[in-house]
Write a protein that binds this ligand. Structure first.
Ligand code: C5P
Length: 243
């Protein structure tokens, strides 16, 4: 048996060198962390659910022409993805106030925003991913103006797609986070959606009851996280009801 080359281990995922140049194997762990890893737990089955859900969302985005890093799912916990140069930003899109926006601005959670609001955080665990402005991003050279135009367009297209898919199964997309990466094609570079899209990185509320079906269940001790994620997967038809 040959040992695989580990490229990176994060809080919820491990990246291994892929079988072909330019590919990476993304492994979803069962580890859950919140509040910049101050709260930690192993939640059996979370990795399997996020692998399937991220596959579902990334595939759907690909079908409507939004480029992503996803190539194919390999097994229960792993997917093959394109290797990218990650832009050091967490891109957050909000449709309803919640979480840090509610805290920062004193807006009650669940308040509908006048339009989707896009925020940028600088990806740095040691600093707790601080909120930054486009001025910081330009001044420190984290992304160019062209990149920022592309990022905004990607973020809003992902928002339209995810909101619609969720609405169709009775779930409100309150907010979500994406990451993007650079890929190079000859003289050109372009940005594609990378990392994962799963209930770890979205806020999802049942439209009727307001029940939370996302990582806030873990952050706020609201019950079983796997039950919540399984409910999302079953409503989307990603997992059968009787499993
Ligand atoms: O915590 P906050 O309210 O800023 O989070 C906004 C959205 O971004 C939530 O859906 C949250 O799950 C996601 N997020 C994330 N990773 C982070 C920060 C936020 O997935 N490091």
């Amino acid at each position: 048996m040959a040992r695989r080359k580990k490229i990176y281990e994060g809080k919820a995922k491990i990246l291994y060198e892929g079988p072909e140049p330019g590919t990476i194997v993304q492994h979803f762990k069962d580890d859950a962390t919140a509040f910049n890893a101050e709260k930690k737990a192993v939640i059996e089955g979370k990795g399997v659910l996020n692998n399937r859900l991220s596959e579902f969302f990334m595939t759907g985005l690909g079908q409507i022409g939004v480029p992503t890093h996803f190539i194919k799912r390999l097994n229960m916990r792993e997917q093959l993805v394109r290797s990218v140069e990650i832009v050091p930003l967490e891109i957050i899109v909000r449709n309803y106030a919640a979480g840090t926006m509610s805290k920062r601005l004193g807006i009650e959670e669940g308040t509908q925003l006048p339009r989707p609001i896009v925020e940028y955080c600088y990806k740095d665990d040691k600093l707790g991913d601080p909120l930054v402005t486009e001025e910081h991003i330009a001044a420190f050279g984290w992304a160019s103006q062209q990149d920022m135009d592309d990022i905004l367009s990607l973020a809003l297209r992902v928002n339209d797609f995810l909101s619609g898919v969720m609405m169709a199964v009775g779930i409100r997309l309150v907010d979500f986070k994406i990451e993007v990466g650079r890929v190079y094609d000859g003289d050109f570079q372009r940005l594609i959606v990378a990392d994962e899209i799963s209930p770890d990185s979205c806020r999802l509320w049942d439209i009727e009851t307001g029940q939370k079906l996302d990582k806030d269940v873990f952050r706020r001790d609201l019950g079983s996280l796997t039950d919540a994620y399984t409910e999302v997967a079953q409503r989307l038809g990603v997992m059968p009801r009787n499993q």
